[in-house]
Design a protein around this ligand. Sequence first.
Ligand code: NAI
Length: 375
Amino acid sequence: MSQIISVIGAGTMGSGIAQVAATCGWQVSIIDSFPKALENSKSKLKSILNRLVEKGKLNEEQSKSILTRIHWTTNMDEIFNSHMVIEAIVENLEIKQNLFLQMESIVSEDCILATNTSSLSVLKIASACKLKSRIMGIHFFNPVPLMKLVEVIPTEKTDCKLLLEVKTILKGWGKSVVTAKDTPGFIVNRVARPFYNEALKIYEEGIADFATIDWAMKEFGGFRMGPFELMDYIGNDINYSATKAVYDGTNHDSRYKPSSIQKELVDEGFLGRKSGRGYFDYSNNASEPEPNKDDAIGNQIFIRILAMLINAAADALNNEIATRDDIDIAMTTGVNYPRGLLKWADEIGIEKVLKLLQVLQSNSNDNRYQPSPLL
Ligand code: NAI
């Protein structure tokens, strides 16, 4: 008999999770309070499957059977016989807490309950529930069918056996699974902060413009996208709130301090690609800005951002947010970094990274450059 999973929230993430589970043979119920959201989810999935058939990645029969395995409904009671329920609704603590209470009252005691939250404390979401041992975070990345990484987040109350069970299920779905501590940003959203923050700082200091900083990271670091094009792609509102969540959650550690430029852009509605303008202009007639391809400046920009990324990775390891291997896997499979940051540090030489951070700190008198004790 195939296993049953329920996904609450038929938005971007919920629909993606449902697609992956159904593709791997699971029966899926997608529950959303808004019928319109369910309709959208269904029609989007149909067109995704059609495209996969056109490309020859699925045949007609496979596409049909994926669709028959998914059931869209507004009725929460239908989660009653689920093996696992994954919540992917709006990012709001109180609403998620209430939903977990409701889910607890419907499912059986051996049903695993998980949240896909990207910035809230999993333990806080679970706080009102009676049975906390079956609750954990399962953090997927967008788009779920394409991004291999999943961060699994046990709380201090989570049963280790259930954690192992979930990891096995996710690996069966073809995912690369890492374990992260229940702290803001988990691994990826925390360790990646300097990619954006330090790029903004370099711009603020007048060292280079957006296009040049993007060019430097791609040319010298081998990153697929530069920080500014990536922020525009993610959405500046989402990126800003991720930075704020990590900054607030680390007691305002200056390493994670958001830039005022980012907030200004959000306030002005320049959210990136989705609003037609962010750091760059995406309107039809806009010309593409040319980078200043000066190798010396490019190298200096790259090494400075890389040193800050390595410092954040070392800080995560030092704070036992994840193991060394999991931190490197998370950054290569979650945000497609060309190399794991801790491995990269060893290749460049820790001494060199440390020296650069010390120079930056003494020149600026800014604690953001304070090297992690691990370095
Ligand atoms: P979304 O806005 O696309 O979808 C949320 C859905 O939840 C909507 O369809 C809404 O109608 C539904 N909903 C809201 N309250 C509900 C309730 N009480 N009961 C049932 N349905 C309800 O949001 P998205 O982007 O899919 O995000 C969902 C969760 O996943 C959030 O916690 C977010 O932080 C997290 N996440 C988002 C990522 C992203 O890139 N979008 C990446 C990783 C995690």
